[in-house]
Design a protein around this ligand. Structure first.
Ligand SMILES: [Mn+2]
Length: 354
């Protein structure tokens, strides 16, 4: 073969490559348009296995070689897969909670504490509401530090059904009474969709806990109420699961969502959960929502609260949640990890006041 002939073949190959490139991109455009047309018809399923099989059959029937059918099918399946990914990528762009949907940070004002405005915000309080006296003591500590928010659990989803389950609405009433007395806003967890509307009368912020992050009926109910939501990450939820859970709330009209990283379950046993610290900047990049870190439940260790909080703020968290109890040793839940008042002072001096 002459050198000139080889050059000519190579240049033809280059030309064919560019033609294939053009056709693949043309196909990508058509796939996107098809997805759009499907959506307009109310069909939400992008992947249609029957349609894919029909397309592959048609290709096989027309294959004249030199490639074998198996090779051709393999190549086309890759092209189809790339098309599907193109549709999926476009779909995440459409999420209401995504940064692509809204570039500016969502700022959520809770009793003057603006979550997402760039300054760190704090939510402290006991794990569970046990009595008026117990909550009032914590409220006084919070107020004396010039802080604005108290947390406390009235409905406690516990791992064991024999553990303290909380005071329910009686607990919410205690929280409301004390919050009014001390000028604080109240954050508390709701576990049942049917309680949300009634609970909104007592609460300033509704928390959805880790164990309920994929309780979709609860998420929908939270999306229909006119109160900010603290949504905790499920202990086995990926960042994508977490973002989609937030989307459930936003899709029903309530865009005031504070995401709370609270640790995930791993094989590590030296902490109660593993604080997924990089989830914070990922969530900040992927969504426009404020992101806070619960240092109590992620670590499960009092000695790690301060370093974990410092790390969370250093990596870009909009706030910290931590549990404080007048006498943690006798607490009805999470006795191992709540701060007493001396530790609260220390936490305040080292983390909040700086
Ligand atoms: Mn707790």
């Amino acid at each position: 073969m002459s050198k000139a002939k080889l050059e000519q073949l190579r240049s033809e190959l280059d030309k064919v490559n560019l033609e294939i490139l053009e056709l693949i991109n043309k196909r990508g455009e058509l796939v996107k348009q098809t997805a759009q047309a499907k959506e307009n018809h109310g069909a939400d399923k992008n992947y249609d296995p029957v349609r894919e099989r029909d397309m592959l059959e048609l290709i096989k029937k027309n294959n004249t070689g030199p490639f074998k059918n198996a090779t051709i099918i393999h190549l086309f399946k890759e092209i189809f897969k790339a098309g599907l990914e193109l549709q999926e990528k476009d779909h995440t762009n459409d999420l209401l909670v995504s940064r692509k949907h809204k570039i500016d940070n969502t700022i959520i004002d809770v009793n003057g504490a603006k979550f997402g405005d760039g300054a760190p915000r704090y939510i402290f309080g006991p794990c569970a509401v046990e009595s008026y006296e117990q909550v009032a003591q914590v409220a006084e500590q919070i107020k004396n530090k010039g802080l604005k928010i108290i947390r406390g659990g009235a409905f406690k989803p516990r791992t064991s059904p024999y553990d303290f389950q909380g005071l329910g609405f009686d607990g919410l009433k205690i929280l409301k009474e004390i919050a009014d007395e001390f000028g604080l806003a109240v954050v508390s967890e709701i576990v049942s969709p049917s309680d949300i509307e009634k609970a909104a009368e007592y609460l300033d912020v509704i928390q959805i806990g880790a164990r309920n992050m994929q309780n979709f009926e609860l998420l929908k109910a939270a999306g229909e109420v006119n109160k900010p939501i603290v949504l905790k990450r499920g202990m086995s939820a990926t960042v994508s699961d977490f973002i989609n859970a937030a989307e459930y709330i936003h899709s029903r009209g309530n865009g005031e969502i504070i995401l709370c990283e609270r640790g995930i379950r791993t094989y590590e046993t030296s902490t109660r959960n593993t604080l997924d610290i990089t989830a914070v900047p990922i969530l900040k990049q992927e969504t426009h929502l404020p992101v806070i870190v619960d240092v109590t439940h992620s670590t499960g260790r009092r000695d790690l609260l301060i370093p974990a909080a410092k790390a969370a703020l250093a990596i870009g968290a909009d706030g910290i949640m931590a549990e404080v109890h007048p006498d943690p040793a006798v607490a009805l839940s999470d006795a191992q990890q709540q701060m007493d008042f001396d530790q609260f002072d220390q936490f305040y001096n080292e983390v909040v006041k700086k």
